[in-house]
Write a protein that binds this ligand. Structure first.
Ligand SMILES: Cc1cc2nc3c(=O)[nH]c(=O)nc-3n(C[C@H](O)[C@H](O)[C@H](O)COP(=O)(O)O)c2cc1C
Length: 198
């Protein structure tokens, strides 16, 4: 099961207009819950959005993107990514479910961190990555499609203010029944990324 999902999973950006049973969402979240984490800190919290609540979340996202577009930016070197973020926001509008993933130990990325804090944050974000990948693989296994989304960063302030949290917003996951079957995107060859010192 795991091996099949690892190789078959794709980022899904087109969803059918069909609701996802809550039971399946819970199975996906439970796969996230059992992921490994640094010092077993389990630094994750998931908020599930659908229907009107999802619309409100995306209003906050749109607000942030508009602000960035107008040049009132928190990410001046990342302006080239705004168009892609607008595409992502449109994809999120069509997805029946959005899961927001928070780092419960983290703080705003716009605050300075010292070395110790950076290491802890790195470990917590690695842990959260494992949790999200577990969820994507479980979605694939359940016959659902999902998209891992970090373009939420462009609306960081608006989204965290809407969520009313000081925890770190790491990413979101769009989930639904896939309405496309993308081919695998290119991957580097093993020979180009592995060095053996045997
Ligand atoms: C941390 C992370 C953030 C991502 N953020 C976005 C995003 O905001 N919008 C989007 O369309 N895709 C996003 N993606 C999906 C990647 O573009 C995708 O995984 C990559 O192109 C490989 O394609 P595949 O997932 O189909 O194998 C993200 C992926 C990761 C791992």
């Amino acid at each position: 099961m795991a091996i099949h999902s690892i190789y078959q999973r794709r980022s899904i950006r087109k969803f059918q207009d069909r609701n996802v049973p809550t039971e399946l969402i819970n199975q996906i979240l439970d796969a996230g819950r059992v992921a490994p984490s640094a010092k077993n800190r389990q630094p994750w919290r998931y908020i599930v959005f659908a229907n009107e609540y999802k619309n409100q979340l995306l209003e906050a996202m749109e607000c942030g993107l508009k602000r960035e577009e107008e040049g009132i930016t928190d990410l001046p070197k990342s302006q080239y990514g705004i168009l892609d973020a607008k595409n992502t926001s449109a994809i999120m509008q069509k997805a029946p479910v959005i899961v927001v993933v928070l780092n419960t130990n983290g703080r705003s990325p716009f605050l300075p961190v010292d070395n110790d804090e950076r290491i802890v944050e790195q470990c917590d974000l690695l842990s959260i990555g494992a949790s999200v990948e577990n969820m994507l693989l479980m979605a694939e296994d359940l016959g659902l499609g999902a998209l891992w989304i970090a373009n939420t960063c462009f609306a960081y302030k608006e989204l965290t203010s809407f969520l009313n949290t000081k925890e770190q917003l790491t990413c979101a996951i769009a989930i639904g029944y896939a309405d496309e079957s993308p081919k695998q995107r290119p991957r580097k060859d093993l020979g180009d990324i592995v060095e053996y010192r045997l």
